[in-house]
Structure formats: C-alpha cells, structure tokens
Design a protein around this ligand. Structure first.
Ligand code: HPA
Length: 263
C-alpha cells in the first residue's frame, strides 16, 4: 500500500541511519503529552530538523523530535511534535508519522491529542478513547488513493478494558475534526453537539484515516484539556486546567505503556 514519495524518502533515510527494525509501536504525542518520551528507555533522539525531508512543526508545546528506544523491552518510536493542517501542511504531510510507522514495520500506532469537551458530562482531565470521527472538513484524506473504510471502532473495547485493568477510567466518544487554528465559536460547538460529537480537536483525523487506509492497527486517545467554547459559563481557569491535565499525564503514560505491551 503506497505512501507519498516524500515519506518513502524519509523512511529510507531512517532505515539507512540505524533505525531499529521492526518497530513494535509508534506513538504520536499530542500537545502537552510530550513527557511520555521521557519514559522511553535507551532513547535515541532525532530532531526533525536533522531528518532530510521531514516537515518542521511550528506550534509551541510540540518539540519536533523523534525518540526511538524501548518500553518494556519493545522497540518504540515516539513523535514528539505533530503536523497540523492549519499550520499550512497538506493532509499528507499531517500524516507523516503514520507513513513512517508503516514503512518502519510498526505493528500498531497510538495517536494522542488534547481536545475540548463538547459532551457536558465530560470533565477536564478525562481520557477519551476515540470511537468514531466526524470530519468537519470532509476532505482530510490525501487525494489519489483508493477508497477505504474507517473501521477503527473494532479496537475501542479492547483499549477501554486494558485501561480498566489499570484502574483507569476512560470515556469513549466521537471526535470531531475542526481545522483551526482559531478555537470554535459557541454556535459551532452547539452545532457539533447536535451532530453527535463528544470532543473537538484540530489533529488526529487525518492520521487515523491514513492509518485505516494502510491497515495499521491504531487507537486515538484524547486528553480533555478544556471544556469547548461556551460549554461552561465560567471563564477557563488555566491554572486549574493545567493542574488537572498534569495529574492525568501520569495516567496517560500508564495507558500508553499498557497499549505498547498489550494492545
Ligand atoms: N477546540 C479545538 N481544539 C482543541 C481544543 C478545543 O477546545 N482543546 C484542545 N484542542
């Protein structure tokens, strides 16, 4: 199954530069979740800037490096820094980590993000396993490839059971992709709720759809970093939000480790 030429070249470069193969799991780290990379043993850090052809992220909170090493004896690659379409990247560029994971033989892909809760029963700090996706912009898939189904739902129960086994409560829900970079208006959030969305974010959907096309076993996990626009009457208290997210980071790390070992 083909990946764009630019991604083939990057994969070739990595393979000829001592990338261990095969990779057991690839992890894409969302905003504020880059700390997972500190839990990788025997890390080799490859700044994106030193990888020929690699897109260069411009968003704060995204480091822009690939960390390769082991977790529980399994070889992993973690992308600390992702590529958003709103930064000017094409949807194919946004899916670069997916292509590299596939070409380096990863058996599974864990995609994380920070998202805003639309579902009023959710709270800041919740971890939501993405059950389904609404593509606010229907054109997120790179053109030129055959049609393919989105069937990632089949892994959600396994992921939630794994989390429950760690005494971690998770939500399941529908993620709606919004291009950004502006946050949504209150009216948009009301509309998204009527459409059936539980959380909103500006990433992940292109990655999940390309992973589906490439038949790469994947799961998306959202850390609810805030209630979406207009969901609470209160002004967001950023200190509180940061503190809750900070607390859940440990749980996120535990979940990702379990996924690497058992998913
Ligand atoms: N909207 C869109 N993207 C986000 C949000 C949000 O409220 N929170 C984190 N990423």
């Amino acid at each position: 199954m083909s990946v764009p030429d630019f991604a083939e070249s990057i994969a070739r470069y990595l393979r000829t530069n001592n990338m261990p193969a095969p990779i057991e799991a690839a992890v894409i780290l969302g905003s504020g979740l880059g700390g997972f990379a500190d839990h990788i043993e025997h890390p080799r850090v490859l700044p994106y800037a030193g990888i020929p052809g690699m897109p260069q992220p411009s968003v704060g909170g995204h480091k822009g490096q690939l960390v390769v090493g082991t977790v529980g004896g399994r070889t992993v690659m973690a992308f600390s820094g992702r590529f958003h379409h709103y930064e000017g990247f094409s949807f194919a560029q946004a899916a670069t980590p997916v292509y590299l994971a596939k070409r380096l033989g990863a058996r599974k892909l864990i995609i994380s993000n920070a998202a805003g809760a639309i579902n009023t029963s959710f709270s800041v700090g919740d971890l939501m396993v993405i059950e389904d996706v609404i593509r606010g912009n229907l054109l997120i898939s790179p053109a030129g490839y055959p049609r393919h189904p989105y069937r990632h739902h089949r892994w959600v129960d396994t992921v939630c059971s794994l989390a429950a086994g760690l005494n971690l409560s998770t939500r399941q829900g529908t993620y709606i992709y919004a291009k950004g970079p502006n946050y949504e208006t209150k009216a948009e959030i009301r509309a998204f709720r009527r459409m059936g969305a539980d959380a909103v974010g500006m990433s992940t959907a292109p990655e999940l759809f390309e992973a589906a096309r490439l038949e790469l076993k994947s799961v998306g996990v959202s850390l609810i970093s805030n209630m979406a626009s207009g969901v609470t009457g209160n002004k967001l208290n950023h200190e509180e939000v940061k503190a809750v997210a900070e607390n859940r980071k440990e749980d996120f790390v535990r979940l990702v480790k379990a996924l690497i070992e058992q998913f």
